[in-house]
Design a protein around this ligand. Sequence first.
Ligand code: PNS
Length: 162
Amino acid sequence: MRRAIFPGSFDPPTNGHLDIIRRSAPLFDEMIVSVLNNPDKKPMFSPDERCEMIREVLPSVETGACTISVESFEGLTAEFARRREAGAIIRGIRAVADYEYELRMALMNRRLEPSIETVFLMAGEEFSYVSSTLMKQVFLLGGRVEGLIPDLVEKRMRAKKT
Ligand code: PNS
């Protein structure tokens, strides 16, 4: 059984995240989309809201035979992966700017849990500039984000704004 976790903040989930789920699904039998609950941060959406949005948009993603579940977690990603008996941590790389941070994280996670590999996938080039932070910023300032986040997520963001 090849099980992976796909950890992130997902505040909010973007089409870039869905692209990584679609691309990594054929490589694994099971994937846990793992939403970090970081009590030190003030997110736009609570961990439960983020999990719920991901669950709602997942049916639109072609995931073949891979079973996908969504869970929130606190603390170390490597520790969560170990507890869930995952062999891999999936991360998406958009541009070269992501590389340094991702490399540091992957090496630290490997030090913490040597048996768990980080698997990097290249995001589709149409999502190379899409990040949750940028989406929130553009949306809150009245810019258009259609096509970059799922419609349902945009609706939830609109509801938060009013
Ligand atoms: O979506 P993000 O914000 O890029 O995801 C970053 C995330 C959640 C994967 C990273 O911050 C993380 O793993 N946080 C949990 C705490 C942890 O394990 N820190 C050490 C990583 S080396």
